[in-house]
Design a binder for this molecule. Structure first.
Ligand code: SME
Length: 162
């Protein structure tokens, strides 16, 4: 598998569509969790130019920083705190159009203005971590486009969380 992505689409939707099979192929030839999370973070950032893309993984009652692309970030997030901790506690994807209006938002960077957090489930339905993406633009993520695509992408991680 060539370690190169081929992306020609102009719109975000076209890019989600083009990247998906390439990332699926890339992840399918590796079984290591860290390696695959790292490549997914890199592929999403490289494709869309998001400000920060990364994973937080559940460790006891906290989310601990995992593989990511972007500036250094907060390392531990308690259950039910911030957007990530809320997505974990509520068991659902959270799209936050303006982080400054979100009560309890954890500002790892003052440059982050909108955010989407997608939970990662194991086979028994327990949340094992979250994918967190930050943008410098207000309202950069939508329930209609980004949410379903990113949930599909996170589905590619299922073999890593049996
Ligand atoms: N803003 C997140 C914290 C993680 S950083 O954005 C990388 C939150 O409120 O959970």
């Amino acid at each position: 598998m060539a370690e190169q992505l081929i992306l020609e689409g102009k719109s975000r939707e076209e890019r989600y569509r083009e990247l998906y099979p390439q990332l699926r192929a890339l992840l399918s030839v590796e079984t290591d969790r860290i390696a695959n999370l790292a490549n997914m973070a890199a592929a999403l950032r490289q494709t869309f130019g998001f400000f920060w893309v990364g994973f937080y993984l559940v460790s006891e009652r906290e989310l601990v920083l995992g593989p990511f692309q972007g500036d250094i970030a907060c390392t531990r997030i308690p259950y039910g705190r911030g957007v990530c901790g809320d997505a974990w506690a509520q068991g659902q994807t959270l799209v936050v159009p303006d982080v400054e209006s979100y009560p309890g938002h954890i500002a790892c960077s003052s440059l982050s203005r909108s955010e989407v957090v997608v939970p990662i489930y194991d086979r028994s339905g327990e949340i094992m971590g979250v994918l967190d993406i930050d943008s410098q633009e207000v309202g950069d993520f939508s329930e209609e486009l980004d949410r379903p695509w990113l949930e599909l992408y996170v589905g590619l991680l299922a073999p890593l969380f049996p």
